[in-house]
Design a protein around this ligand. Structure first.
Ligand code: DAH
Length: 350
């Protein structure tokens, strides 16, 4: 058996025997590479006579074509096999039932925030905001509660130790009313603003949490007064609770930042163990409001000879509990999935 025949036999055997593309590529360079086996045979041609060269040369060329052909064939075969294997391993059974999906729910406060914003925006009120970490000046002084005003003790305030500037100590705001001052200073008069945000008081039981949310409203214009307040609050409550004939009562009250001040009640009765609004003779307090005190307008740099203002404040959780029958205030902030499953809102059912 000639050297060339031996080379042919061993190459063909190895090609046939090869079982993956990577090995085949290695084999291809082992045969055709610079120092490959076939290159060796080609080099040997140099030492032969012309006659031998011609004969031997054509044999080498034939072998070369044969090996190329076999390698290509094998390549295509392995490629198809590899693809088949991949398809088999990544096969998908489209008839399989999907994994059960769990949908999250929207927090009731998120829903009510949206509902409240929709109604107040429809009166031309814009959203305004202020910081949770306030200064004594904005939380109290600017709202007509000077340093030793007894109203300051009405709120059990969280003060932030060792943090003070010319506006007094830093504290967690006890109500959203300081936003009134920020809004007036930023935008001047006339203006209509509302705010919704967190407030903090040092209280904890079934009806009090150290953090809760308030809704604040402020409208400043020439010739604005109690009639505007009555209309806004009555219309707001009737729309929010979706009760057209809701009865509303303004009861005189006191807030340092409004004069006169009132608390607002709406009528209800208990029907089949549930609260029904707009019927019955019982009254439920839902809001504080009043005509903005001239000192507050001054703190907001508003000309109090030219302009008057009206303001109101609601508790967001209170409105939510009443509308959706949520009993304990603490549930709102416990991030308990079971609670959210009961009181939360589906994205799709809205
Ligand atoms: N800031 C008051 C509170 O926290 C609520 C309030 C009362 C807001 C009367 C007002 C208002 O704007 O006019 O109890």
């Amino acid at each position: 058996m000639s050297e060339l025949s031996k080379l042919q036999a061993s190459c063909l055997f190895e090609i046939e025997d090869c079982d993956n593309l990577k090995k085949l590529e290695m084999l291809r360079s082992a045969i055709f590479g610079k120092d490959g086996r076939l290159s060796g045979a080609m080099k040997e041609l140099r030492n032969l006579s012309d006659e031998q060269k011609r004969r031997h040369g054509s044999e080498v060329n034939e072998l070369k074509s044969l090996l190329i052909e076999r390698l290509d064939e094998k390549f295509r075969k392995l490629e198809i096999e590899e693809l088949d294997r991949k398809l088999a391993s990544e096969a998908m059974d489209v008839s399989m039932p999907p994994r059960p999906e769990r949908f999250g729910k929207l927090h009731p406060l998120t829903i009510v925030e949206e509902e409240v914003s929709d109604i107040l925006s429809s009166y031309g009120f814009f959203f305004a905001d202020g910081p949770d970490i306030e200064e004594e000046y904005f939380n109290f002084t600017a709202l007509n509660m000077p340093d030793h005003h007894p109203a300051r003790t009405m709120h059990d305030t969280f003060y932030i130790h060792n943090l003070a500037n010319e506006n007094g100590r830093k504290l967690l705001r006890t109500h959203t009313s300081p936003v009134q001052i920020h809004a007036m200073l930023a935008h001047g008069a006339p203006c209509r603003f509302f705010s919704i945000g967190r407030v903090y008081r040092s209280d904890y039981d079934a009806t009090h949490t150290p953090m809760f949310n308030q809704i604040e409203g402020l409208m400043i214009d020439e010739r604005v007064g109690f009639p505007h307040l009555k209309w806004i609050i009555s219309d707001f409550l009737r729309k929010f609770f979706e009760v057209k004939n809701l009865r509303i009562r303004f009861r005189p009250s006191f807030f340092p930042f409004t004069e006169p001040s009132a608390e607002v009640d709406m009528n209800y009765e208990i029907k089949n163990g549930r609260m029904a609004f707009g019927v019955g003779e019982k009254w439920l307090e839902v809001c504080g409001c009043g005509v903005v005190h001239p000192n507050v307008l001054k703190s907001g740099n508003v000309d109090n000879d030219k302009y008057q203002g009206v303001a109101f404040g609601f508790g967001l959780e209170r409105l939510t509990s009443l509308k959706y029958g949520i009993p304990d205030l603490r549930g709102y902030f416990e991030a308990d999935e079971a609670w959210l499953n009961v009181f939360g809102f589906s994205h799709y059912a809205r």
